[in-house]
Design a protein around this ligand. Structure first.
Ligand SMILES: [Fe+2]
Length: 248
């Protein structure tokens, strides 16, 4: 059995146990995993739903358990199912990693291009999102603090700008903090399930923080109050992970 599949199955059990007891379950090896590590390449059968690494109730009251469960098991799974169907239709895509697929949207055969863009993007974005939120926040590293201060003025000013950009996304999409090759930070947004890894993205850079502002991410708890969801988001950001991504 493939290691990733073994971890997935193991984590599924831990996650179920955590959800049943209401306890937070944070298996270290899984919590540290990146989207690229948790997703199987298409050539090995299919992309799979990565575990959260914590219980659905672990982010309450900021993000409620029902939202987390539906978001993870229904919405995220649906992107994966449709991504796998698109890869299955186009033999030239089999065996490619998720990042290879997203980095070559322009060259993707037209028949499946929008499916790869929307559902491949949806899979990457959600896999990433689960890792940069969590019940343990950790600290912002000195290097990341210095970069935020340099590029935005202060942490307070950064949060204001990030909230403004993300609240302002028209319709559905994502807000991102990205780092370019020189370590400079920028705040950008993308529509739908687009992300900065795609070769169609306006701004290149590696995401180190992101927020899902689709209504499915917050509507049960916040209804139309996206700004309140943004404020609550800061209570569940895993700054240790974001700092690691900045310094990697
Ligand atoms: Fe979502």
């Amino acid at each position: 059995m493939h290691t990733t599949r073994r971890n997935f199955l193991k984590a599924g059990g831990l996650l179920a146990a955590g959800a049943a007891t209401g306890l937070s379950v944070i298996p270290g090896e899984l919590f540290a995993a990146t989207p690229a590590e948790t997703a199987l390449p298409a050539g090995e059968g299919a992309f799979m739903l990565p575990p959260l690494g914590y219980a659905y109730a672990a982010l309450e009251p900021h993000i409620d358990a029902r939202t987390m469960e539906i978001h993870h098991t229904k919405h995220h799974q649906a992107y994966i199912t449709k991504l796998n169907a698109a890869v299955e239709k186009e033999p030239s895509l089999k065996g490619k990693t998720l990042e290879q697929l997203l980095g070559n949207i322009k060259l993707t055969p037209e028949a499946v291009r929008s499916d790869i863009r929307n559902h491949g993007g949806g899979h990457w974005n959600h896999s990433f999102f689960w890792t940069i939120i969590g019940p343990v926040q950790g600290a912002v590293s000195e290097k990341l603090t210095a970069a935020i201060t340099r590029d935005f003025g202060s942490m307070v000013l950064f949060k204001e700008q990030f909230e403004k950009k993300s609240v302002g996304v028209f319709g559905s999409g994502w807000g991102w903090l990205v780092k370019d090759a020189k370590g400079k930070l920028s705040i950008i947004s993308t529509p739908n399930q687009d992300n900065p890894l795609m070769d169609i993205a306006e701004a290149a850079g590696r995401p180190i923080l992101g927020i899902d502002v689709w209504e499915h991410a917050y509507y049960l708890n916040y209804q139309n109050r996206r700004a309140d969801y943004l404020k609550a988001f800061w209570n569940v950001v895993n700054w240790q992970k974001v700092s690691e991504l900045y310094e990697s």
